[in-house]
Design a protein around this ligand. Sequence first.
Ligand code: MN
Ligand code: MN
Length: 296
Amino acid sequence: MFERCVFADAVSTYEDARFVIFGVPFDATSSFRRGSAEAPDAMRKASYNFETYNDFYGIDLTSVPVHDLGNLDLSYLDLDRCVDDMLCMTGDTVRGAIRDSKVPIVLGGEHTLTYGCARAFVEQYDDIGIIILDAHLDLRDEYLGAKQSHACVSRNIIDDLTDRCALIGVRSGSAEEYRYAEENGIMWHSADEVSDAGMESVMRQAIDALSDRGARRIYLSIDSDVIDPGYAPGVGNPEPFGLDPRDLRAAIRMAAPQVCGFDIVEISPGYDHGESAILGARLVREFIAAKSARQK
Ligand code: MN
Ligand code: MN
């Protein structure tokens, strides 16, 4: 079954597919726990755990046309130097999906790759906003000598691509990052805000603020460390006091009608017993169901 491991129920041809899944097995700038390169296949394997029927939406995922392109072949890259190549390959694949009127779903890999996805969407749509769920601000100017690093991804998106970017679930950053956020009016919401006010309220604020800046469509990026490490221990940089899995599901359900691209990154499967990959796979399936149910 897993010789060429495809995501469960992703049995459509590319031509007929509405959703296109692909993996980016890249973890070269990961600073604490590497291993997210293994996550795309770990999520694919975990995806076979679930029933095809989603009772919330009353939709069977076997009826949704999904294609799995497999993983980008990064084997020939010198991974310590070729972040830009990875970003180009990721962006090209996303660009192709957009051109073909499909919704790309990207399985990371480390968070760095989101820049390639966001760049493709910003080039294509002038009404795209980015929502990033992350424990970390990722607003560093550079990290360990690299500008394209997982610790800089939000900074690079905001500096280079668009100010229509909101961060949700934050509970970690350097003093400089918090100062940068303050001085530059970065839209961010803490994990405590989500806990106190509820995800629906925080997402509504973020979507409305993005809308005020002209965003009608949303690219949604989930850095898995936004989830509390009690639920998702296998991540690159675990950070306590995080979100409940239901918060992620609520965010996906709320945003799905506007979401035209999705990634889930930073799962590091070697550091748990499969919990994080199982949750990641389930969130992908929830997104497919939510997007299919709301926009036929
Ligand atoms: Mn991140
Ligand atoms: Mn993070």
